[in-house]
Design a binder for this molecule. Sequence first.
Ligand SMILES: [Zn+2]
Length: 113
Amino acid sequence: MHELALAQQILHIVIQTSQEYNFLTVSKIKIKAGELLAVVPEALEFSFKIISQNTVAENAQLIVQQEQAIAQCQHCSLEYPWLKYGYQCPSCKKQGGTIIRGRDLTIDYLEGD
Ligand SMILES: [Zn+2]
C-alpha cells in the first residue's frame, strides 16, 4: 500500500498548512506526483478519502497531476525525459544522466476557508 503511505504524507502537510492559514475546511488539494513514484491516482484519491475522515480535509477534492521524470546530462547539461532515454544523453550520447525531477510528491496548492 504505497499510496496509503503517500496519502498520509499529504494529509500531514495539509493539516499543518491549514493550521497556518486558519482554514476550517479544505476544499481542494492539488498535488504533483513524480513519474518515478508510479502513483496510481485513483488509489491515492481513495486512500486519502479514507484517512482524511474527521479531519479538516474530509471533503477535499484531491487532484493528482503526474510530473515527468527529468534527467540532466553531466557532460553537456542537457535536460531530457528520463523514461525515454534513461542514463544515456540523447544529445552527446554519453552515460551519466542524473535524475533531477520526478521522484517527489509535492503539494502544488491548497484551497480552503
Ligand atoms: Zn549530454
